[in-house]
Write a protein that binds this ligand. Structure first.
Ligand code: CA
Length: 225
């Protein structure tokens, strides 16, 4: 059974999440204190983390960054602050998804299943190489030359879709379908935000221009750039 770490300081919310996750076949471990999240994470090695943005003793964003530096384990941020969404999914923080409070437990379970599925995408034996970029599905790693790119699961999947279909233009909706196959609605901004972050990481190696925005349509990988 997948183990979900719940970092949430409101007992009622935590209990609701635990009850719902248990009834859907998950195991859970609960931590209230922000200062203890990383230690519990290291001890329990969960399959995914539900992380409240506002925790006592340590900021949720800081915890998220810390966890991301240690592991690729999917992180879902729980936030009541819509203005934090860009930062949460942004480059420096690297959360895989976010859930706005108030949420329905049903939605949380669907999102947890979705991030787990994406992080365990079928092991295709696929390696694509071009201009020194290697996108390797079996190890879920991408590298340029000897340098391994530090990508979130969403960025890795997005890179794979574009990179393996050079010149093909994908609309934001099509990219959303590839990333979020649970039928939920995410905004165009979410895709734009992931693309922006992915580009920044490619830019460090002179490949930022490979991802081209097609005005009014979406994005494509341009092998000629
Ligand atoms: Ca809180």
């Amino acid at each position: 059974m997948p183990l979900i770490l719940i970092a949430e300081d409101e007992p009622k919310i935590a209990q609701l999440l635990m009850d719902y996750l248990h009834s859907h076949g998950f195991e859970t471990v609960w931590v209230e204190d922000g200062a203890k999240v990383v230690a519990i994470f290291e001890e329990k090695n969960p399959d995914a983390v539900l992380l409240d943005l506002m925790l006592p003793n340590r900021d949720g964003l800081e915890i998220c960054r810390d966890l991301r530096n240690r592991s690729e384990t999917p992180i879902l941020m729980l936030t009541a602050r819509a203005d934090e969404i860009d930062r949460v999914t942004g480059l420096e923080i690297g959360a895989d998804d976010y859930i706005c409070k108030p949420f329905s437990p049903r939605e949380v379970v669907a999102r947890v299943k979705s991030v787990l599925r994406r992080s365990q995408v079928a092991l295709k034996t696929e390696v694509s190489t071009e201009v020194g970029l290697v996108w390797d599905e079996p190890t879920r790693s991408a590298r340029i030359g000897q340098h391994v790119l530090d990508l979130t699961p969403n960025e890795f999947n997005l890179l794979g879709v574009l990179f393996q279909n050079p010149e093909r233009v994908f609309s934001r909706n099509q990219l959303m379908d590839r990333l979020y196959n649970d039928g939920r609605i995410v905004t165009d901004r979410t895709i734009d935000s992931h693309i922006k972050n992915l580009r920044k990481k490619l830019e460090e190696h002179g490949l930022g221009e490979k991802i081209v925005a097609i005005y009014g349509v979406g994005y494509k990988w341009d092998p000629t750039k």
